[in-house]
Ligand binder design. Structure first.
Ligand SMILES: [Zn+2]
Ligand SMILES: [Zn+2]
Length: 184
């Protein structure tokens, strides 16, 4: 099954938009999880699976305590330390990312090359976070950091802004209230 994030479609929102089949996101994440574990020999514990399901079900990054609460609502509430350990595991297996500025986690649906820089696009309106990977930015950054004699720990860029959906909603609201703007 292909679970790579789709490019922005004709409706102007991407895979991480709000109206799509969440069940497919979750199923895709679990399938990748099983494949990774089969390859690495890592254990597919039920908590790791439940944590990944919660992450895959959300397109806004979730904090560890959000996950504890969500799991508690649907079943046995796990101790936060166990959830942190499961998150560490998912991050180390490349199945999730930590969004440092939010102290939160996001499921990952991609394969990342060693030179890729991951760019997170974090919407300040709705919280939806998309990721794009760029080999070109990665090369440039590696070159620039090396020139400084600096070794980056996290090849990640976090960009806060407004997603396409929120921008469209704002534009509509503006058009409704300020007719002069809409005429341009
Ligand atoms: Zn990723
Ligand atoms: Zn938004």
């Amino acid at each position: 099954m292909s679970v790579l994030p789709l490019p922005a479609g004709p409706h102007g929102h991407d895979h991480h938009g709000h109206d799509h089949d969440h069940a497919a996101c979750v199923a895709g994440a679990i399938a990748r999880f099983e494949a990774r574990c089969a390859k690495s020999g890592a254990r597919l514990t039920s908590l790791r699976r439940r944590v990944l399901e919660e992450l895959a079900d959300s397109h806004t990054p979730l904090g560890a305590y959000d996950i504890v609460e969500r799991l508690g609502a649907s079943g046995e509430k796990p101790p936060p330390m166990s959830v942190y350990r499961a998150l560490d595991f998912l991050v180390s297996e490349g199945l999730a990312h930590r969004i440092e500025s939010r102290n939160a986690y996001l499921v990952c649906g991609r394969e990342h090359g060693p030179d890729d820089v991951i760019v997170f696009l974090i919407c300040e309106g709705c919280g939806v976070t998309a990721e794009v990977a760029s080999h070109a930015i990665g090369r440039d950054l590696a070159w620039a950091t090396r020139a400084e004699g600096f070794t980056p720990r996290t090849p990640v860029v976090e960009i806060a802004g407004t997603c396409a959906k929120c921008r469209a909603a704002t534009a509509q609201a503006d058009a409704a209230t300020v007719p002069a703007e809409a005429a341009r």
